[in-house]
Ligand binder design. Structure first.
Ligand code: S3P
Length: 189
């Protein structure tokens, strides 16, 4: 994959990968690109990639919208907390979490203690554009997506801000964001 010219070289990425001794966990709002960025980051670092939402669906044997509809958000959050605790097992990997995961104090404490937390952030316009590509987010069906995203982003900011690495993802290719994530991890290690 082509990275930005200011991004680390492949030799630098390999050296960085050797220094990573715990999971890298991507947190941030829905639509910011945690899964796409996470998958590409894992490939570059030669680490396994895990999407926490997919793991929750696998464990519950049910898609997330159905979980919300049949059992409610609290039930989903409980499953989310348990699945993430299982995923943080000391192994090196890249984990993309659902937008609400890091808001849970228990999950946040676990990630901050045992992983490298990266907050992927972007403005509401970019989030809106990206969430529009999929129709699988129950929280956005509860009203006007722009208002919901704006409110959730404000409410969740104090939690996301606790991640030691903050990367702003602008519109355009994810490769630029990945370069910034690599630099952020490098500076943090
Ligand atoms: C949620 C985000 C979703 C998913 C669920 C709830 C949230 O994940 O976990 O719909 O509370 O922000 P993505 O952030 O991957 O969309």
């Amino acid at each position: 994959m082509e990275l930005d010219e200011s991004a680390p070289t492949s030799a630098q990425i390999e050296a960085l990968a050797r220094r990573i001794d715990r999971p890298v966990v991507l947190v941030g709002m829905m639509g910011v690109g945690k899964s796409s960025v996470g998958r590409k980051l894992a490939t570059l670092l030669h680490l396994p990639f895990v999407d926490a939402d997919e793991e929750i669906e696998r464990a519950a044997q049910m898609p997330i919208p159905e979980m919300f509809e049949r059992f409610g958000e609290a039930h989903f959050r409980d499953g989310e907390r348990r699945v993430i605790a299982r995923l943080i097992d000391g192994e090196r990997k890249v984990i993309a979490t659902g937008g609400g995961a890091f808001v849970n104090p228990e999950t946040r404490a676990l990630i901050l203690d045992r992983a490298i937390a990266v907050w992927l952030d972007s403005d509401v316009e970019t989030l809106l554009e990206r969430v529009g590509r999929k129709d699988n987010r129950p929280l956005l069906k509860q009203g006007d997506p722009r208002e919901i995203l704006t409110r959730l982003r404000d409410e969740r900011r104090p939690a996301y801000e606790q991640a030691p690495i903050h990367v702003f993802s602008t519109r355009g290719p994810h490769s630029r964001t990945i370069g910034k994530v690599l630099k952020g991890i490098e500076a943090w290690l």
